[in-house]
Ligand binder design. Sequence first.
Ligand code: ADP
Ligand code: ADP
Length: 227
Amino acid sequence: MIEFRDVTKQYPDGTVAVDGLDLTVEDGKITVFVGPSGCGKTTSLRMINRMIDPTGGSILLDGKDIRESDPPLLRRGIGYVIQHAGLFPHRTVLDNVATVPLLTGAGKRAARARAAELLELVGLPQEVARRYPPQLSGGQQQRVGVARALAADPPVLLMDEPFSAVDPVVRDDLQQQLLRLQSELDKTIVFVTHDIDEAIKIGDRVAVFRVGGRLAQYDTPSALLAK
Ligand code: ADP
Ligand code: ADP
């Protein structure tokens, strides 16, 4: 469970990106942060893994203030997926994913086996594993990004507009895949998008942000649609 308690973030230039955010992200659910550009979604997301620290209030992960956690250690339990997958272009797809288990002490063979398993889980055919990221389509790269984020088996997954740079058909496929993955893996996912349709499609809970970094609504998609 991730609890935002009266969280505020003011950047050094005076911009208030997030203003008094109170919100609880439930375990095992997909919580979507949605709203127009500049309303504080990414800032809120990045405060969860301490890429950004709040200037007011606190964030609790399973009851513990994350300020008491060492950022690298905290991030071991929190996967992170961004719009452009951020893969290493000079390593094969398999090695991009295998790097993570290697870093956490797995042997080379075990790491590669794990990577192959994850690539299959995100729906990539085996031959893609031997290619290099620049040889992949945008949608395929995003799948690799998801596989890599899952490689450390983190209980929490942060996703920042992960599907926004791909065309609508591929996007739909990626969304379906994420829903299937979620039903198998039971992660706590926080997903940022500016697209309300996407939010309603994939969210168990939807947090609607408005300009000024305030929370306008926080509810299930069906409750939001009924309003
Ligand atoms: P969103 O993800 O909803 O587009 P952001 O969290 O990226 O919103 O940004 C929220 C507000 O904070 C915007 O006004 C943005 O311009 C501002 N902002 C983001 N990063 C910085 C920064 N490093 N310094 C100053 N202002 C920033
Ligand atoms: P699209 O918008 O078509 O889905 P992207 O925005 O993901 O594609 O990528 C744009 C271009 O940048 C593509 O040619 C892609 O191969 C390349 N590219 C994107 N990310 C990477 C990366 N991490 N390493 C190397 N090339 C990349």
